[in-house]
Unconditional design. Structure first.
Length: 127
């Protein structure tokens, strides 16, 4: 999807993967999608819209055999997800992701640890 794509356009284009939408009633809304693979791993993504225009994409993967502590991934599992996402985005965007993020003329891509959420975080954000 390109910068400025509308919420309605993405729902139609990605209808087979669409799962739900969360409208924050402040100009921001998220659409959630799942049921596809990223480099062979089950994946999901969320599209962020501001005033009905696409601004951001968050990506997640469900890697097999991740070590869990109760229902939460361990630090080792989170690091495994980050490495996978860095490698996958790196191949697609032709960048190293050594610092966890890469800047482009169109915006930023990242695959790194999210301290606030204590989880792997990856995505693309348009300028």
């Amino acid at each position: 999807m390109s910068k400025g794509a509308t919420s309605a356009e993405t729902k139609i284009a990605l209808r087979e993967f669409y799962r739900c939408e969360l409208d924050h009633q402040n100009g921001y809304a998220w659409q959630m999608y799942q049921g596809f693979k990223l480099d062979g791993a089950p994946a999901n993504f969320g599209l962020c819209f501001h005033l009905e225009k696409l601004t951001e994409i968050h990506v997640g993967v469900d890697l097999p055999n991740l070590k869990m502590d109760s229902e939460w991934p361990t630090e080792e599992a989170i690091n495994q997800q980050i490495r996978f996402l860095q490698k996958s985005l790196g191949k697609q965007l032709l960048r190293s992701f050594r610092s966890g993020h890469e800047d482009f003329p169109w915006g930023t891509a990242w695959a790194q640890f999210d301290l606030k959420g204590f989880q792997a975080s990856a995505g693309l954000r348009h300028n």
